[in-house]
Design a protein around this ligand. Structure first.
Ligand SMILES: [Fe+2]
Length: 199
């Protein structure tokens, strides 16, 4: 839990002035604590830490390029933290598609290698099932809300057109892992832990 403690303290220091963003991040971290059961045991701490820090690049103190996954990942890297934490943040929620729209894909890939793992999928799941004020929402509602908030011409909305299959795949793989785990708990006669799936 060492990494999570540092990430939580860091998020508490940098995100509360952003209001709803901080509410969103706290719920993403709560989702991550629940969903951590479907990632390798050694990755639980990393997943929750990444949940706390995935939007840290929105902090005005950290903005350099204005592309928050990259700004956040660079800052985490420069703190000397786990390189995987920086990579997960740099690529969270299929960020490579927005990087492409912004002309930053080469930069992102040169500095942070993408990770294909259950842990990455779970981070995407947690972010994409948590609305902008911290309410649990379905993936489709989350995507629709992003279109509405940013408008059709914004880089975020334009990236969504191409990132949607990636987001859906990460979400669905995580949901399937959660369902499988719940099923296994059922057939063993165990009480499954609370699972926060889509509303
Ligand atoms: Fe987020």
């Amino acid at each position: 839990m060492r990494l999570t403690s540092w990430a939580e303290r860091t998020a508490e220091r940098l995100l509360p002035p952003l209001g709803d963003r901080w509410s969103h991040v706290r719920q993403v971290a709560e989702q991550a604590r629940q969903v951590a059961r479907v990632v390798p045991e050694g990755d639980s701490d990393l997943l929750v830490a990444a949940a706390y820090l995935h939007d840290i690049g929105y902090s005005p103190a950290l903005v350099v390029t204005g592309f928050h996954p990259l700004d956040g990942a660079r800052w985490i890297r420069d703190q000397g933290q786990d390189p995987r934490l920086a990579r997960l943040v740099g690529h969270h929620s299929c960020a490579r598609y927005e990087a492409q729209v912004r002309g930053l894909l080469d930069v992102l890939l040169a500095e942070f290698a993408p990770e294909d793992s259950a842990t990455y999928d779970a981070l995407v799941f947690c972010d994409m099932t948590t609305g902008p004020t911290g309410k649990i929402v379905a993936l489709e509602q989350r995507i629709e809300d992003i279109y509405q908030r940013y408008g059709p011409d914004h880089e975020v909305s334009r990236a969504l057109d191409s990132s949607r299959p990636c987001l859906t795949a990460c979400h669905d793989r995580t949901a399937a892992r959660l369902t499988e785990l719940t099923h296994l708990a059922d057939i063993r006669g165990l009480m499954p832990h609370k699972v926060v799936l889509d509303a």
